[in-house]
Design a protein. Structure first.
Length: 463
């Protein structure tokens, strides 16, 4: 576990695409496995606008994103009159999102406590020609029954009847309560899930990165308080005092991600280490290092680069030698690797986007430095359980200081747009639940499940 609990999900709202974009052949916005960069940028701009509250950000959105003919319809008063109701409808809805291509354009559907649906139309350059609120309502939910240790098996059997697929391990006070697979590994072939099935693990590699830095620290190869100028040349002055400790604890000031609208995919587009580091170094800081708190996947990419520079090994080789091999995590690897496994050993991701046939990590190309250190890996129920047990037992590290960083009670969640989801919740005292799924992780049902598991496992606060 992280020393400070981080919600480790790389699920940008605007990138959950539930239909392949296939616009008219006269348009330059051609079908891809994900949206073209200009479409992705437009969707992100709408999301940002809906989350805003002031006239200045609204005016900036209109000036930069609306097609000129559409922009000319609004003076400031008209701009507020038209777009403020759209913003109001988004309050309580900006949680999960899907983007569907229909005959009249793109439908942006946001859902959390409320549901809001918008129609978005774009010209060939990706400029907005129409943005309209179609619906705003309370989200329809089917409450999940209260969870109990004895009833977990029946809970997951019920979820499997409504489309859940995955593997679950539950231990209560040291006693095994559940170790079972549910649903389909591949809906196409109707093959059932096996306990040894391999899944994408979202942002869980963040923990491997922290472990790697701690291993190097306890060996005296780096200090958590070294300035990053020790590891990188030409560091901008505003981040010259940034440290690995700040990078690991959300206090670096770095933004969350470093993909650009020119990348065909925010996870999979190939970007090498040096190019990624250059992007991270050039990104405007959210705050002065050490003076704020904001989770950043980019921070863990920078830490992965530090692992390479200090160890003299690739991040991949270091993690494999120092963590995976030592813990006998033989079914854990990186994107683009088959690992000698059969296609049928991998659960097929059932997300809204897919890459490759079938949609499995070996078909996604080598792990890009867009996500190296914070994603880009796959694993199994038993392999991940070995890792978490090693953290709880303290066997991975030689010093109590290193052990203290990751042996914590808490909840970790990871996922990807391509249909994988992982949950690990532990009280740090012998009770935990580990879940890996190849079904959509951002449904209201799954959100309720995660909340229920956290309530079941984690210690209750004293009244």
């Amino acid at each position: 576990m992280m020393q400070q609990q981080l919600f480790k999900v790389h699920l940008p709202f605007a990138l959950l695409i539930s239909a392949v974009l296939a616009l008219a052949t006269s348009s330059s916005l051609m079908a891809q496995s994900g949206p073209p960069p200009e479409v992705r940028a437009a969707i992100r701009s709408v999301e940002d606008m809906l989350a805003g509250a002031d006239l200045e950000s609204l005016r900036s959105f209109a000036d930069s994103q609306l097609a000129q003919e559409y922009r000319d319809r609004f003076d400031d008063a008209q701009l507020q009159d038209y777009f403020e109701p759209l913003r109001a409808a988004a309050k309580g809805a900006l949680g999960d999102a899907t983007v569907e291509l229909r005959g009249d354009g793109l439908h942006l559907i946001f859902q959390d406590q409320r549901r809001a649906e918008y129609l978005l139309q774009l010209d060939d350059s990706g400029r907005i020609t129409k943005l309209e609120l179609l619906a705003s309502e309370a989200a329809a939910t089917s409450p999940l029954p209260p969870l109990s240790w004895s009833g977990l098996a029946s809970t997951f059997e019920g979820l499997a009847g409504h489309g859940f697929s995955g593997v679950v391990l539950a231990v209560h006070e040291g006693k095994l309560m559940l170790r079972q697979g549910y649903g389909l590994a591949d809906p196409g072939s109707k093959s059932p899930i096996k306990l040894e099935q391999i899944f994408g693990i979202g942002s869980t590699p963040i923990d491997f990165t922290v472990s790697s830095i701690l291993l190097l620290s306890e060996r005296g190869q780096l200090s958590l308080d070294d300035p990053i100028t020790r590891f990188f040349d030409n560091v901008p002055a505003d981040r010259a005092a940034m440290t690995p400790r700040q990078l690991m604890t959300g206090r670096s000031g770095l933004p969350n991600f470093h993909d650009s609208t020119d990348d065909w995919d925010p996870d999979l587009a190939w970007v090498g280490r040096d190019a990624a580091v250059a992007r991270i170094m050039a990104a405007p800081l959210l705050f002065k290092p050490g003076e704020g708190q904001e989770h950043s996947h980019s921070a863990f990419g920078l830490l992965a680069a530090i692992v390479e520079k200090v160890s003299g090994k690739s991040y991949r080789d270091f993690v494999r030698a120092e963590i995976l091999d030592k813990l006998k995590m033989a079914r854990t690897g990186f994107y683009g690797e088959s690992g000698g496994f059969a296609v049928s050993d991998f659960a097929v991701g059932q997300g809204a986007t897919s890459v490759g046939v079938p949609n499995i990590p070996p078909n996604w190309g080598p792990t890009s430095w867009l996500v190296m250190g914070s994603g880009g890996m796959y694993s199994t129920l038993d392999d991940m359980n070995r890792y978490y047990l090693a953290l709880e037992a303290g066997t991975l590290f030689a010093t109590d200081e290193a052990r203290g960083w990751q042996r914590k009670a808490g909840l970790d969640v990871g996922g990807s747009d391509r249909g994988y989801f992982i949950v690990h919740v532990s009280d740090g005292k012998g009770s935990n639940v580990l879940l890996l799924s190849n079904s959509e992780g951002r449904s209201d049902q799954m959100r309720q499940l995660v909340q229920g598991l956290a309530g079941l496992v984690l210690p209750k606060s004293a009244p």
